[in-house]
Design a protein around this ligand. Structure first.
Ligand code: PMM
Length: 284
């Protein structure tokens, strides 16, 4: 059975992103074939990734859903190749039970579900039956519409209550306690202010959910908005030019208790986690 404690119990883990989508917001269309995606995953492990997260459906704002067969074709051999060669747990970033099931058969040991079981509830049973790890993420609505005027009365309380309810659904489906993790879903139906409030309240969220917290800020739009004007440049930096701001948010998140950080640029995050871990030990 998958236990998060084995991956991020001793120190926070870095989850490296391997998107095999033609249209992800920051790295879509990067890999011409499965072999190139596997090679990229292996590079991320060499750079310090503790987990590899393979995704075949873009969840960028406005994205249309991907047909199940198409998603399966994109991810299956990449998951198989990485599960065989990478030597770290492979997670599958999907909302579909059939894709999760095929990925598990191909060697994935974590299901990273940005819908937290709302889009295809059978994904919870599939995960439970396999004894796989599970990440329940908060999203307001669905990717196609989530960024059109997102509103909350109290974003931290609402995201926290949603995650508590979805973790309970996962438990009811039979997923073991040690296999559960939660994620506030930075950028998924949130303004920059909502994202900052969530990041400022990670400790509160962690005590609400009671399971390891995954945080994914990497290259997201709000980082571009926040650094606009820095260095006299009035334009938002392109996604690939948001890695320094990403690193700052990684350090912030780990310092406030996040146990897994999901990033594109693994080496700096892995170095930051190592440094923070060493400082924690001295400060303790
Ligand atoms: N973000 C994206 C996709 N999957 N999964 C989790 N658990 N948390 C996230 O923040 C998250 C995710 C979107 O980013 P990408 O298109 O760069 O993968």
């Amino acid at each position: 059975m998958f236990d998060w404690d084995d991956v991020c119990g001793a120190r926070p883990a870095v989850m490296g992103i391997v998107n095999v989508t033609p249209d992800s917001f920051s790295d879509g269309g990067q890999f011409p074939d499965a072999g190139a995606a596997v090679a990229h995953g292996l590079e991320l492990v060499a750079a310090g990734a503790d987990i590899l997260d393979v995704g075949g459906e873009s969840t960028r704002p406005g994205a249309d859903p991907v047909d199940e067969r198409e998603e399966l074709e994109r991810i299956e051999s990449v998951v198989r190749g990485l599960a065989t060669e990478a030597g770290v747990p492979v997670s599958i970033d999907t909302t579909k039970a059939a894709v999760a099931s095929a990925a598990i058969d191909a060697g994935a040991s974590i299901v990273n579900d940005v819908s937290a079981g709302r889009f295809d509830p059978a994904i919870l049973e599939v995960t439970a039956a396999a004894g796989a790890g599970y990440v329940a993420m908060h999203m307001l609505g669905e990717p196609r519409t989530m960024q059109s005027d997102p509103r909350y009365d109290d974003v931290v309380a609402e995201v926290g209550a949603f995650l508590v309810a979805r973790l309970d659904a996962a438990r009811e489906a039979g997923i073991q306690e040690g296999s559960l993790a939660a994620d506030p879903g930075i950028g998924f139906g949130k303004t920059a202010a909502h994202n900052l409030t969530l990041l400022a309240s990670l400790a509160e969220l962690i005590s609400l959910v009671g399971v390891p917290l995954v945080v994914g800020t990497s290259r997201k739009r709000f980082l571009g908005e926040l650094v606009r004007g820095v260095g006299g440049n009035d334009d938002d930096p392109a996604p690939v030019d948001r890695d320094d701001a990403t690193l700052a948010s990684v350090v912030w998140s780990v310092d406030r208790g996040a146990r897994v950080v999901r990033v594109h640029d693994v080496a700096p995050a892995a170095q930051a986690v190592a440094l923070l871990d060493a400082m924690e030990r001295v400060a303790a």
